[in-house]
Write a protein that binds this ligand. Structure first.
Ligand SMILES: [Zn+2]
Length: 402
């Protein structure tokens, strides 16, 4: 009986077949070819019709043999994502794929090799029989829930709230830390573009720093609102979100937003501005492959005078001093000149806030690049902590002073 069981076990082990699983939160992979004998898995990001760029991919692989290695090939989605637009392959081909045994800690794979056929090949070593592989370290709506629960447990004064129910019926979660009537008011949000997971990871680093003892003085007279993921629907289904139909979240800041979460953010920000004045608005993005860490500033920066000019200038100076790991932030603003018209600029969150807040308010976006093994969960987290230190230094000078 014992021997029979042993034989059965050996037979079963030998016949373990690879299984690609993509039907989980944030999952996305269209299998082009699965050749277990040759140890090749070839995928592309699956198109989510009308849901923006097909660049994000994330899947689970089961039935692996520990100690072996396999080749993961990644190519661009060949169908157009909008009208006749087909996304260039570079957006779905980071230098390193990211792997995880437990879904919590993520490591970069060896560097991929790009073939003449525009297919990227990564050699991946297996250390477990099942693993997760993704475009980058993910941050999902369930991670938002865990993060905000952690912060709320640490800080009794924190108040979790539902920013909105999405068009898909999902909850957009937020947290407020500090007294609603505090002398300084700050709004930080991430993931208006669902695939830019690093934006949420910077936010994660920020809010953990903000909940730490180092931020004790800052918390005493500041009220921070933090939204880890704005585009929850597209994040949940592993869609890119950028250039979604009819528009993406960061082109939706109009008089009549398409997305309930944008409308709700507008209402809350207007309310903060009316009652107390908003000091700082920061939107966290993570779009450029090899971009440095930098801030997009206001288009009118060069023409600004008085308090406005002083505040934007101080912010970038203090950021340059405080945000140094894993990359130094650029010491001067960049401007989103690729957005050509004033109308479109006004529909971006930072532009809308500038138009609806006061002369003391600064409204910026923080942009991080993603194509580096240093942009790990920890690396993004350090950037977020640096952002927190910048905020502390900035508010300690009282940006409302005349
Ligand atoms: Zn973005």
């Amino acid at each position: 009986m014992k021997r029979f069981f042993l034989l059965y076990l050996i037979a079963f082990t030998c016949h373990a077949e690879w299984r690609v699983i993509n039907d989980f939160e944030g999952g996305n992979a269209e299998v082009v070819q699965l050749d277990q004998d040759a140890k090749i898995l070839h995928i592309m990001p699956e198109l989510r019709e009308g849901r923006g760029w097909p660049c994000w991919w994330s899947f689970k692989l089961e039935g692996l043999t520990v100690g072996e290695q396999f080749t993961l090939k990644v190519q661009a989605q060949s169908k157009p994502f909008r009208e006749k637009l087909v996304l260039a392959s570079a957006w779905c081909q980071p230098k390193h794929a990211w792997v995880s045994a437990d879904g919590a800690s993520w490591e970069p794979s060896a560097k991929g090799a790009l073939g003449a056929d525009k297919v990227m090949s990564y050699t991946i070593k297996t250390t477990t029989t099942r693993m997760r592989v993704a475009w980058g370290p993910p941050f999902l709506p369930s991670d938002s829930g865990k993060l905000l629960a952690e912060i709320a447990a640490k800080l009794p004064e924190a108040k979790r709230f539902e920013l909105a129910k999405t068009r898909g019926g999902r909850t957009v979660q937020g947290i407020r830390i500090g007294d609603e009537n505090a002398s300084h008011q700050v709004w930080i949000s991430a993931r208006q573009h669902a695939w830019e997971a690093g934006g949420s990871l910077v936010g994660c680093g920020f809010i953990r720093w903000y909940a730490s003892d180092e931020a004790l003085n800052l918390r005493a007279d500041t009220c921070v609102y933090f939204i880890p993921i704005m585009d929850v629907d597209n994040t949940a289904i592993g869609a890119g979100g950028k250039e979604a139909v009819p528009r993406d979240h960061n082109r939706d800041w109009t008089a009549e937003p398409f997305y309930p979460e944008v409308a709700s953010a507008q209402r809350m920000i207007r309310n903060i501005q009316e009652k107390h004045g908003l000091d700082v608005f920061i939107d966290l993005h993570n779009p450029g492959a090899d971009d440095p860490v930098f801030f997009f500033g206001p288009f009118a920066f060069e023409r600004m005078t008085g308090i406005q000019q002083r505040n934007y200038q101080r912010w970038i100076e203090l950021a340059a001093a405080s945000m140094t790991e894993p990359f130094k932030v650029q010491p001067a603003y960049r401007f989103a000149t690729y957005v050509k018209t004033d109308e479109e600029r006004g529909r971006m969150s930072s532009g809308w806030v500038r138009a609806n807040a006061g002369k003391c308010t600064i409204s910026v976006t923080l942009e991080t690049g993603w194509n580096s093994p240093l942009m790990s969960v920890e690396g993004y987290g350090e950037t977020g902590a640096g952002l927190g230190r910048t905020l502390a230094a900035y508010l300690s000078e009282d940006p409302r002073r005349e």
